[in-house]
Design a protein around this ligand. Structure first.
Ligand SMILES: Cc1cc2nc3c(=O)[nH]c(=O)nc-3n(C[C@H](O)[C@H](O)[C@H](O)COP(=O)(O)OP(=O)(O)OC[C@H]3O[C@@H](n4cnc5c(N)ncnc54)[C@H](O)[C@@H]3O)c2cc1C
Length: 291
């Protein structure tokens, strides 16, 4: 199917983009890398009359790291840039893993982390590691800015806490606390090009052999990426043992609500939640003891 007719705008400033978005109301749609938007337009699921490209806006494309504060990823920074950034690889390897394994080279060279989050697919692969590491997103509108914790951001498939007239400007990830580590695991029918059938991220903070805190985030097994809060609280203040993480993985399975679709059956997804949660916790622990 051909793309429907639309007018394309390429504002140079955030203010100009916000004005265009507000003036064009529901007829307008934002485009970052276009790897989700253009697919939806081509198959007729999205018919905007005005498409507002964000790539020309100054200052939205940077990746900044500060060892006192953390990592700030601009809304137009590409997946490939994030995946290969030296500070991301060193301090946020779980995020590098997600951005490296998703999609394919061409898509990673065009697509953005912000687009992945704003598209709000239940399987959005950057969401679990970012949620596990306590990320927040910065959102601008004509009145000002606000920050939203990523674990409050997703409202349903394709739905987020952002309102029409708002643009995500950056994603902030705090600097990892000492003796903490995070990891990312995924499974898909065809590795690489295919979207994850299940993905899991784990983050743990240790005090010796005691698990002081943990976060377990599951993707593609509910209408949004979800935290397995029961499994997380079960682990808190417990001594790290194989039995502890096996029980946490079993609890995470109970908290998942997968459906059967072309990518996997609900039953297979539940089995994979157990396997991937266990592997994610093992790797997060390995990283935490070295940090
Ligand atoms: C072949 C192929 C394979 C793929 N494989 C995977 C995969 O394995 N895993 C995976 O998770 N995804 C996958 N995707 C989906 C897609 O590539 C990602 O979601 C990508 O990160 C989207 O980024 P983008 O910049 O292209 O977003 P766009 O398509 O430009 O935008 C996506 C949505 O976000 C909105 N948006 C973008 N930026 C902003 C902003 N700054 N503020 C507000 N709204 C904004 C847009 O309006 C749109 O609704 C795949 C896509 C293709 C075509």
């Amino acid at each position: 199917m051909r793309l429907p007719k639309f007018e394309y705008f390429e504002p140079k400033t955030l203010e100009a983009a916000l004005n265009l978005l507000t003036q064009n109301g529901n007829n307008a749609h934002l485009l970052a890398g276009g790897t989700d938007v253009l697919v939806k337009m081509r198959n007729g699921r999205l018919k905007p009359k005005a498409v507002i490209g964000l790539q020309g806006i100054e200052n939205l494309n940077g990746i900044h790291f500060d060892s006192g504060k953390g990592l700030t990823i601009g809304a137009t920074a590409k997946l490939a840039e994030v995946a290969s950034h030296p500070d991301v690889l060193k301090h946020y390897p779980a995020l590098a893993q997600a951005a490296q394994v998703m999609a394919n080279v061409q898509v990673r060279n065009m697509g953005t982390i912000a687009g992945n989050l704003c598209n709000a697919a239940p399987s959005a692969e950057n969401a679990p590691p970012l949620m596990a590491m306590g990320a927040e997103v910065a959102v601008a509108n004509l009145q000002g800015d606000r920050r939203i914790a990523l674990d409050q951001f997703f409202r349903g498939p394709g739905l987020t806490a952002m309102e029409h007239g708002e643009i995500m400007t950056s994603i902030f990830v705090p600097f990892p606390v000492p003796k903490s580590g995070a990891s990312y695991k995924r499974v898909s029918a065809r590795c690489g090009v295919d979207i994850a059938a299940v993905c899991v991220s784990a983050w743990v903070a240790l005090d010796g052999e005691v698990c002081k805190d943990s976060k377990i985030v599951l993707g593609a097994v509910a209408p949004t990426p979800i935290r397995a809060v029961g499994a997380e609280s079960f682990m808190r203040e417990q001594t790290w043992t194989q039995e502890l993480i096996e029980t946490a993985a079993a609890l995470a399975v109970q908290e998942s609500k997968p459906i059967s679709d072309v990518r996997a059956s609900a039953d297979y997804r539940k089995k994979m939640v157990a396997v991937l949660t266990l592997r994610a916790l093992e790797q997060a622990y390995e990283r935490a003891i070295k940090n």
